[in-house]
Write a protein that binds this ligand. Structure first.
Ligand code: ADP
Length: 747
């Protein structure tokens, strides 16, 4: 304020000084004029007196003229004096205004300066030669020098670490530096910008730095904590993998031995106990597998394969695998796959099977009456496939529908809960489905059932696999006599898609429906009971050409009687599309009608004896004594000649000895993990040795880990296939059958 008053006062002083100057000038002008007039008059008088030419009129004119000239000059002076004063006043006002502005600018500058000086951020400006033109207090403090010594110098800070420059679209550059300062090492985040100075003639680089040491330290501490947590998590996953593998090995022994024991003569009581031990072992095995899977997902090691697979086969295998479990509970399981979907698709069939087995397994677990259907149909999006697993069980309350997909969550988690399980199955399934780019959700009416829906994109695969062609049944009428069951409704669904006209009739109205019109085929569900089925067969007589009975695998003993009762064919539940087609289209016989895998074992009753007659020489490389005993016993029981080797070296020796003796092994079953030379290395060495002779011994891996990486490692080492432990009789039989077929072809 004082500065402003001072400048106004000085202006005013200037003004008064100026006006006094004007007054003096006017007074001097008057005096000068007066003097000039007087001297002119005097001059004229003297001149007239001397020359005696005095002419009063001339004199008067002269004096008058001079006086007029003086008055005019005076008037001009007065006028210009007035203008000058007005101008002066305006200037004074302008000056006052300018003084105000000037004062304001000074204040703003001072404020800005003090702000810059007291900034916590570092501010430094350098010219084109790198000389400092400005440095604020914070910069001076960090550099440990005074402003005077910094200005004009090219001082730089001591940089310990730095990262790359990040340019921004507006030309600003960002970078972080670790700087050694008087107060120790500090991290500074710099923001550099080019500024123009001196009317744009020169440019300077203005750097503003913020001390981010605390943030960087916190981030580093967080990163270290995260790394430590991840390392701990990895260690936990490794631990889980190792432990579950270790548990699985003896468990496989227990399961295998129980199976062998069940094949020996036992009293009914002993059979019950052994079955109970085996069931518990199976439950424990699936629990361990779930935990192992979960730990793999946790460790981010879930890898998806992309290989061609048949969706139809996959679904039929899933329901066939779960069929016995459902039938043991007195409920049904059936599937229906829309045959308009591509026969062969690309994806990870093993993981998809795992998800569907979990969903359908849960559906069976939580259903007491009715059944489970697995339906696959086309989705709304291109290449989208929708899997529906529907049950008629207890259902899920709305508030539990999100929770059950979380880790270790169950709808009923109280201590009195009725159903076992870990609560991991759905969490694993959700992650697998999401990993495949799909989604999973559930709809349910509590007390009436639940429908789990999985939708994902699956691309068609180009393969030479034979495609299932749906039969054309447009002119056919099919009567299904069945209680309201899952199997019958899915059968009807499939037949309608194939073009047939379907009527599902319950037992009460079936006879009536039979008379109503001519039928091309009648399908009777044996679930109505043996007596009802037989009596209905009698009613049908031999009118429709195709009279088919639906049975469960356990009802197969009564097939002869059913044939005698008048049925022309039978279908085993869960019904395969190909079997149904054969029954309805091909000219079949009663015996040739069954194609489900449930009957596969019985279809090859001679397999055992056929192989037994020949008997393969099989080398079993297995370090675990119990597993080795199990494999040897199974193989011997199937009529082959097993030889054991307790490690890779022994296996290699045994293989070489047999080969040089001219009696090579027909098959090697190779455990993967053995002391010394492991299974993969032993296989590599066998394959290398074989290049000399050209004769190839089939080698099949025995592994407790059925993951894709293990499988790939086996194939890469030169193995032909792999069997998952515990050694399963059917799987082993399938391998031996393949071997005998290959042997027959070679002969
Ligand atoms: P688990 O079956 O081992 O308990 P899941 O993750 O597979 O674990 O299932 C979690 C929970 O979801 C189950 O405990 C059950 O409460 C509920 N649930 C899953 N499927 C069904 C179903 N089909 N019907 C009713 N409840 C179900």
């Amino acid at each position: 304020m004082r500065g402003r008053r001072d400048s106004t006062d000085s202006l005013r002083r200037h003004f008064y000084r100026g006006s006094r100057l004007v007054g003096h000038t006017v007074r001097w002008a008057f005096l000068t004029l007066g003097a000039l007039t007087a001297s002119s008059v005097l001059f004229v008088y003297l001149y007239s007196v001397n020359e005696e030419v005095y002419d009063p009129s001339l004199f008067a004119i002269g004096v008058g003229g001079l006086f007029a000239a003086s008055c005019g000059a005076i008037l001009l002076l007065v006028n210009s004096n007035r203008k000058f004063r007005a101008e002066l006043r305006r200037s004074l006002t302008r000056c006052e205004l300018l003084a105000d502005r000037n004062w304001e600018l000074q204040e703003a500058e001072e404020r800005a300066k003090s702000l810059l000086e007291t900034q916590g951020d570092l501010i430094v400006r350098r010219d084109a030669e790198g000389r400092i033109t400005y440095a604020n207090d914070a910069f001076c403090a960090l550099a440990g020098q005074s402003q005077q010594s910094l200005l004009g110098s090219t001082t730089t800070l001591d940089v310990l670490e730095h990262d790359n420059f990040t340019p921004l679209p507006d030309g600003t550059r960002l970078h972080d530096q670790k700087i050694m300062s008087m107060a120790g090492a500090r991290w500074v985040a710099w923001r550099e910008v080019i500024v123009r100075v001196d009317g744009n003639d020169r440019t300077e680089v203005q750097s503003v730095g913020r001390d981010i040491t605390d943030r960087v330290n916190a981030e580093r501490a967080l990163g270290e904590a995260r790394d430590a947590a991840e390392a701990a998590n990895r260690a936990k996953s490794r631990f889980l993998a190792v432990v579950s593998h270790e548990i699985r090995t003896p468990l496989n022994g227990i399961l295998g031995m129980s199976e062998l024991l069940l094949d020996t003569p036992l009293t009914p009581e002993q059979t019950t106990y052994v079955r109970a031990a085996k069931t518990s072992g199976d439950a424990l095995l699936s629990l361990i597998e779930e935990i192992l899977d979960f730990s793999k997902i946790e460790a981010g090691k879930l890898e998806m394969a992309a290989r061609p697979f048949s969706l139809f086969t996959l679904i039929e295998e899933v329901v066939e695998l779960l069929g016995p479990r459902a039938q043991a509970k007195g409920i049904e399981i059936a599937s229906d796959v829309d045959e308009r979907l591509p026969a062969c698709m690309m994806g990870d069939d093993a993981r998809l099977r795992q998800v569907l087995l979990n969903l359908a397994g849960n559906a069976i677990k939580f259903t007491e009456v009715g059944g489970v259907s697995v339906i696959v149909e086309r989705g709304a999006q291109p290449d989208e496939v929708v899997f529906l697993v529907r049950d008629t069980g207890i259902g899920i309350m709305p508030e539990q529908r999100v929770r059950i997909f979380l880790d270790f969550e169950q709808a009923d988690s109280g201590s009195t809960r009725k159903f076992g399980g870990t609560g991991l199955g759905l969490a694993i399934s959700k992650r697998i489905v999401e990993h495949m780019g799909g989604s999973i959700d559930v709809e349910s009416i509590p007390g009436q059932g639940a429908t789990f829906r999985v939708a994902m994109t699956l691309k068609r695969a180009d393969t030479d696999e034979p495609i299932f062609v749906a039969p054309e049944l447009a002119a056919s009428n099919v009567l299904i006599v069945a209680p309201t069951s899952v199997a019958a409704s899915l059968l009807a669904r499939r037949l309608s898609r194939w073009g047939a006209r379907i009527l599902i009739a319950p037992e009460t109205t079936a006879a009536e429906s039979l008379q109503e019109q001519a039928w091309d085929a009648v399908i009777v569900d044996h679930a109505l009971g043996s007596a009802v089925t037989a009596s209905f067969a009698a009613k049908i007589g031999n009118k429709p050409a195709r009279r088919i009975v639906l049975v469960t695998p356990s009802e197969r003993q009564g097939l002869a009687a059913l044939k005698d009762a008048g049925f022309t064919g039978y279908l085993v539940k869960p019904v395969r599309a190909a079997s149904l087609k054969t029954q309805l289209v091909a000219s079949n016989t009663f015996e040739g009608a069954v194609l489900t895998s449930a009957s596969a074992i019985d279809e090859q009753p001679d397999a055992k004896t056929a192989d037994a007659r020949k008997g393969f020489k099989i080398l079993i490389a297995e370090d675990n004594k119990i597993n080795a005993l199990l494999a040897r016993s199974l193989i011997a029981k199937l009529g082959h000649w097993p030889t054991g080797a307790a490690n890779g070296t022994m296996a290699l020796d045994a293989w070489r000895t047999a080969r040089s003796a001219g009696a090579p092994y027909d098959l090697v079953l190779m455990d993967l993990h053995m002391p010394g030379i492991d299974g993969l290395e032993a296989t590599r060495r066998i394959r290398a040795a074989e290049t000399e002779t050209g004769r190839r011994t089939p080698i099949i891996a025995l592994t407790a880990n059925a993951f894709s990486e293990d499988r790939e490692a086996c194939l890469a080492a030169g193995m032909d296939s792999f069997l998952v432990k515990p050694l399963d009789r059917e799987q082993l039989l399938a391998v031996l059958n393949l071997l005998s077929k290959a042997a027959q072809m070679a002969a």
